[in-house]
Design a protein around this ligand. Structure first.
Ligand code: CTP
Ligand code: MG
Length: 226
């Protein structure tokens, strides 16, 4: 199997605030994107890493990644879906792959065991994603008034990396209606008619989304060091 990672880093990080996109900020003395690259590179099942970045960010990304090996760099788009599509097309143009792990650069910590579970599930499926159960009670809001409760059994929070057979996810992206948005690639695969297998995710894999998430990531690293 030729297994590639496609790391998407072309977002602006508007919800996280700060002067630079969140994936370029530092956690534990290292850029978030560098953490993500190192975690992918450390897994022996992953053969190479492709990056998707924003226009004009080449020099910044090169500086943050130093001599880490990157097989290809592609310019992203306005939506995450568009950025992934651009990366998949670039990989296809460069010879394709058997499997691809599509991952957010805003997730600095990726346990190898999650990648093991994803690749294992892919032996018998076209797609697999890491999920965590929902712990909190869920309710609908009707304005600022509580509406109906929502049963949380069977509900999961979805993480990345999301693992796919390369040709299948490429075809699913090509077949997706460009006018519709999709927040992740598993939705796109499902829309193309394939089952997506759920495997256990990891608390450490949480995405950096809001300003306070950085303090939590620093604390996680600090406690991992002691
Ligand atoms: N991403 C991307 N291209 C986009 C939008 C997002 O490559 N047009 C990437 C981000 O860089 C991030 C991942 O997709 O690594 C997950 O997206 P998200 O957390 O939503 O990041 P942003 O879109 O940058 O943040 P926000 O939505 O708060 O603006
Ligand atoms: Mg976004």
């Amino acid at each position: 199997h030729r297994t590639l990672a496609l790391l998407v880093a072309a977002g602006t990080g508007s919800r996280a605030g700060g002067n630079i996109p969140k994936q370029f900020r530092t956690v534990g003395g290292k850029a978030v994107i560098a953490h993500a690259v190192d975690a992918l590179a450390a897994h022996e099942g992953i053969d190479a890493i492709h990056l998707v970045i924003g226009a004009g960010q080449e020099a910044q990304v090169r500086a943050l990644l130093g001599d880490r090996a990157i097989a290809g760099v592609t310019l992203g788009a306005d939506s995450r879906r568009g950025s992934v599509r651009a990366g998949l097309e670039a990989i296809a143009a460069a010879g394709g792959a058997d499997r691809v792990l599509i991952h957010d650069a805003a997730r600095p910590f990726l346990p190898g065991a999650v990648v093991d579970r994803l690749l294992g599930a892919l032996d018998g499926a076209q797609g697999a994603i890491p999920v965590l159960p929902v712990a909190d009670t869920l309710v609908r809001g009707e304005g600022d008034v509580m509406g109906e409760g929502v049963a949380r059994d069977g509900l999961f929070r979805v993480q990345t990396p999301q693992a796919f057979r390369f040709d299948t996810i490429l075809a699913a992206h090509r077949g997706w209606d460009e006018g519709r948005e999709a927040t992740d690639d598993a939705q796109i695969l499902k829309g193309w008619g394939h089952d997506v297998i759920l495997v256990a995710g990891d608390e450490g894999l949480e995405k950096l989304t809001y300003p306070q998430d950085f303090a939590r990531a620093e604390a996680r690293l600090a406690s991992a060091r002691t």
